[in-house]
Design a protein around this ligand. Sequence first.
Ligand code: CMX
Length: 137
Amino acid sequence: MKLLKISHIGIASPTLQEAMERLERLFGIKHDHIEEVADQKVRTAFYPIGESTLEYLESTDPEGAVGKFLEKKGPGIHHLAFEVDDVDAAVKELLDKGVQMIDKTPRSGAHGNRIAFIHPKETGGVLIEICQPSGAH
Ligand code: CMX
């Protein structure tokens, strides 16, 4: 697989509202898109910055991945997402190497992207998402 760029950095926040106010106050930037990803139990706000994007994550359910993360670790960086041009091939390659995948087949994420997560125990404690933009491939 070829990693094309850091697609986005996911940051867990107790509320999107406080994250949005902080980003506007500190840097004068506004989100370009808000989206709920129901099956991930999150609402997300996106801030494109150059070639990459910050994805702020608010939990919609304390039992979801971000809800549990906020409870255990508090606000902060939740995951890194690497863009690839073929997420199916990337997941197959990782599975063939015996890597523990959270998603053994890619699924839909925000923006209609196709995504798959690698378990953080495989990556030195960083949750990594492999992501193929909608429309690519
Ligand atoms: N980054 C690094 N480590 C993490 C982590 C994260 N974001 N979330 C959990 N962990 C670690 C925990 O610290 C814990 O480590 P130890 O065993 O050393 O204590 C371990 O993973 C298990 O954590 P847990 O709180 O018991 O949580 P679960 O096992 O139930 O779930 C995980 C952990 C990673 C499997 C789950 O969060 C997951 O499936 N994540 C992928 C989906 C996701 O994060 N969705 C939200 C974003 C969606 C989007 O961007 O659209």
